[in-house]
Design a protein around this ligand. Structure first.
Ligand SMILES: [Zn+2]
Length: 289
């Protein structure tokens, strides 16, 4: 147990674990690391984006269906455990759901941090993955994951914080998945060249190309880990259009144009051995593992 690599990944909604960090988790799971997924909300505000499944029955049972989709995705990616925080999806920015008292954004911040601290102290991960400040996608639940994961990464190692949550544990590094402008731009050009609509044009328009993008780690996708990442996304059948942009770009082209899942290092107790690493656990020797 003590020599095992352990990874805790925190996501906001069911399906976030399939659209981000999926190839990374498939990679580490295959290498024998223990991988734990924490999903903050049930995705209750999600719309049915797959026309073939958009009917009153699906809409009325959406939370139950999303839970089954999440279980399938977790199995495909090789997570060892799924922890549901059980908060309610806060919906898109400025929507009515933000104001509900049970919405994730309205829950006391310290309560959320305490629960994450308990998970970190129980699982003892060397590496935690949360979110960055999402300058280009301001979903309130994602920002909430950003703030609470940073706070929990710090607090887990502080005996004065949440003493009831177990003996302290100091994870070595906290990362956040990134979609770099360069990578999106390559995908955009490929779709346009194939005569397809690109979903990235609006995003790229508001994105200053001179903006510095902090990328500190790159996990290389293989045909197998990419296949599993896509299969996990397809498992969220109500949430993805099977003819949608995620599946328009052939796998070979992704492996050629954008063969990495990229990460920003948000916090570190043990520095990386290089400015950009190909392994989130790089340089974490026996003492830390
Ligand atoms: Zn989300």
């Amino acid at each position: 147990m003590e020599s095992q690599r352990r990874l805790v990944v925190v996501h906001a909604h069911p399906d976030d674990e399939a659209s981000k960090t999926a190839g990374t988790v498939a990679t580490y799971s295959d290498q024998g690391a223990r991988c734990v997924l924490v999903t903050a909300t049930g995705g209750e505000e999600g719309e049915v984006l797959n026309q073939a499944l958009d009917n009153p029955d699906t809409r009325s049972r959406l939370p139950e269906i999303r839970r089954m989709e999440l279980d399938a995705s977790v199995r495909i990616l090789g997570y060892d455990e799924l922890v549901l925080l059980g908060y309610r999806d806060s919906g898109m920015p400025d929507s009515e759901a933000n104001a509900r008292s049970d919405a994730f954004v309205r829950v006391d911040e310290d309560e959320v941090v305490g629960r994450l601290v308990e998970i970190i102290r129980t699982e003892r991960p060397q590496v935690v993955i949360g979110y960055d400040d999402h300058r280009h996608y301001q979903h309130p639940d994602h920002l909430r994951v950003h703030v609470t994961t940073i706070a929990a990464f710090e607090a887990a190692g502080n005996p004065e914080r949440f003493p009831e949550a177990g003996p302290i544990w100091e994870p070595a590094r906290l990362y956040a998945p990134k979609f770099s402008r360069a990578a999106l731009s390559r995908m955009h050009d490929a779709l346009v060249n194939m005569g397809e609509d690109s979903p990235f044009d609006r995003l790229l328009e508001g994105w200053d190309p001179s903006e510095i993008e902090p990328i500190h780690a790159r996990i290389r996708l293989t045909p197998e880990t990419l296949r599993r990442a896509r299969e996990a996304l397809r498992a969220h059948a109500t949430q993805v259009d099977p003819d949608g942009f995620w599946f328009k770009v052939p796998p070979d082209l992704i492996l050629e144009l954008n063969p990495y899942e990229e990460y920003e290092l948000l916090a570190a107790r043990v520095p990386q051995p290089a400015e950009i690493v190909g392994d989130l656990f790089a340089g974490l020797d026996e003492r830390h593992i």
